[in-house]
Design a protein around this ligand. Structure first.
Ligand SMILES: Nc1ncnc2c1ncn2[C@@H]1O[C@H](COP(=O)(O)OP(=O)(O)OP(=O)(O)O)[C@@H](O)[C@H]1O
Ligand SMILES: [Mg+2]
Length: 255
């Protein structure tokens, strides 16, 4: 059982020459376990990406601790796979090479160990025909799909998704949502996903964290017990949606 814990996490960023600081996060505490899918929503600048980068081990808390299975996160590791808001691909490698390179970083040394999964994911993302293209030849949505499957191939214990579907058209987006869901249900690992799309948060998450800005705080940490597959037009869904929307508006009036 994997357990990820953020315990009274604060994060400030120095601005000009240490004069002023931006307090990005204040007192963030939550625990996520295997089998949980945590959706994080909140206004722009409330610290959502900062939370993801902290868990990825790219930056460190100003105060408080972050642990995975009791161990403090000291840096990046393939056990915590992140998909960034802006796709980060290796520009000098083709689509297929981007995918295979990540599998090799995880330690797969034989092609046979990752080849079938790599092929399956290329097909899933609709990128088979573009396998020999380079990232600059892809559309924004294609690049984002590649970034997503590249992280999927390593089956991380903690899957960190920072608005991974923002650049996609509605149809591809819904397909990818189902794929993320399948991946999570199969692995039963921890997923944290930041999104601006409340429907997406509700369609996927077993739990939804609603944040308030400046400094970023948790306004509400609510369970979403609707059974899967969820129906976006069901009464239950629409009621939950209303609740989250009200919470977000409430936040804007207060701040
Ligand atoms: N490296 C950095 N240096 C200085 N300030 C930063 C840095 N990273 C983030 N911040 C600040 O921290 C705050 C939170 O930023 P963050 O990117 O986490 O927000 P967000 O909730 O992801 O926003 P969005 O929804 O627009 O992506 C912002 O005020 C931002 O300016
Ligand atoms: Mg962000």
């Amino acid at each position: 059982m994997n357990i990820l814990t953020l315990n009274h996490v604060h994060k400030s960023f120095a601005r000009t020459e240490g004069e002023d600081v931006t307090q990005a996060l204040s007192d963030i505490t939550f625990t996520v376990k295997d089998g949980e899918f945590l959706s994080i929503v909140g206004p722009s600048g409330c610290g959502k990406s900062t939370i993801m980068r902290l868990i990825a081990g790219l930056i460190f808390p100003t105060a408080g601790t972050i642990t995975l299975n009791g161990e403090i996160i000291k840096g990046t590791d393939t056990e915590r796979g992140m998909v960034f808001q802006k796709p980060t691909l290796f520009p000098w490698l083709t689509v297929k090479q981007n995918l295979d390179f990540t599998a090799k970083m995880k330690g797969y040394t034989h092609k046979a160990d990752y080849e079938s999964e790599s092929e399956r994911l290329l097909e899933l993302a609709g990128l088979e025909e573009f396998r020999n293209d380079f990232p600059h030849q892809l559309s924004g949505g294609m690049a984002q799909r590649l970034a997503l499957i590249r992280t999927m191939i390593n089956k991380p214990r903690v899957f960190l998704l920072d608005e991974p579907l923002g650049a996609l058209d509605a149809f591809t987006r819904m397909n990818m949502q189902d794929e993320i869901l399948k991946l999570w249900q199969r692995s039963n690992h921890i997923v944290l996903m930041v999104t601006h799309d409340i429907d997406e948060a509700l369609y996927l998450g077993t739990r939804i964290i609603v944040m308030a800005p400046r400094p970023g705080r948790i306004r509400e940490d609510m369970k979403n017990e609707m059974p899967y597959p969820r129906v976006r037009t069901s009464d239950e869904f629409l009621q939950m949606r209303k609740r989250v929307l009200e919470m977000l508006n409430f936040g804007q009036i207060l701040n």
